[in-house]
Design a protein around this ligand. Structure first.
Ligand code: ADP
Length: 244
């Protein structure tokens, strides 16, 4: 059930959830949360709750899908039936197929796939609770789980959206803003190289608004990147310190 469109979504510079225009929602992340996966992560980003598991590199079946020169990366994004207010029909739909594809394409930019020919790396992303911006949150969780699996990467992928709500450019839209705002611009970056590996836009903005929103989304992603590094440090920091 979609809630009705609120009359206003920004009142005196505050958003419906109390945030300022350029403020991120509260974010918590943890790696190594599932013992049966090679790597895993759990992320809470505002009202989003996302669990991610990575398996591999491992042998690929059926074998004819394997590549002689590199590993293939498979991503499956799925929403739990209880992740939204009305029961979400189980199984893949157009949206989850699209999200799985764009998440995979973003991650393919950082994983050193050529080190593992003939194999597959599987990334399973389960949205347990959804509140807008799950594609960015999924990319963030997935790159943490890949790192937790020890898979060599040139960097983590960090992500965040910006958009336009009530005529104003805002950072990190939550579900109501996503549904009723004028535009949403999810962005994923590779902080070390400055590459943009996901850029989608829903709605309309002028060129100036777009440029401002892009800059804002990148600044949000860089803050998320710091939290990702902190989450890895919390699990691996001590062993890193003692090895030095
Ligand atoms: P993103 O989650 O990346 O923002 P969308 O813009 O497609 O992707 O979706 C925005 C939000 O709409 C989701 O985060 C979720 O909270 C909500 N939503 C998506 N699909 C459904 C669904 N089938 N039922 C209810 N809400 C949904």
């Amino acid at each position: 059930m979609k809630l009705g469109k609120p009359e206003r979504m920004i009142i005196n510079g505050r958003r419906l959830d109390g945030r300022g225009l350029y403020e991120l929602r509260p974010i918590k992340m943890k790696v190594g949360v599932l013992k049966n996966a090679d790597g895993s992560s759990y992320l809470e980003w505002g009202g989003n709750k996302i669990l991610c598991a990575v398996h591999g590199p491992r042998e690929l079946h059926p074998k004819h899908l394997a590549r002689p020169d590199k590993a293939i990366l498979r991503c499956i994004y799925s929403m739990a039936t209880f992740s939204v207010k009305e029961r979400k029909k189980p199984g893949p739909d157009r949206r989850s197929i699209e999200l799985s594809k764009v998440i995979r394409e973003a991650l393919e930019n950082v994983v050193f796939l050529h080190l593992f020919p003939q194999t597959v790396i599987d990334v399973y992303i389960k949205v347990l609770q959804s509140d807008g911006g799950t594609r960015c949150a999924s990319i963030v969780a997935a790159s943490l789980a890949l790192a937790d699996a020890g898979i060599p990467m040139k960097d983590l992928v960090a992500a965040c959206a910006a958009g336009k709500v009530d005529g104003q450019i805002v950072l990190d839209l939550f579900e109501i803003e996503d549904n009723y705002g004028e535009a949403d611009l999810p962005v994923a970056i590779v902080p070390k190289t400055g590459e943009i590996v996901l850029l989608q836009m829903d709605g309309n903005m002028t060129r100036e608004e777009f440029e401002k929103a892009l800059e804002l989304a990148i600044s949000g992603a860089l803050k998320v990147y710091e939290l990702q590094k902190k989450a890895l440090y919390e699990k691996y920091g001590a062993s890193y310190e003692t090895k030095r």
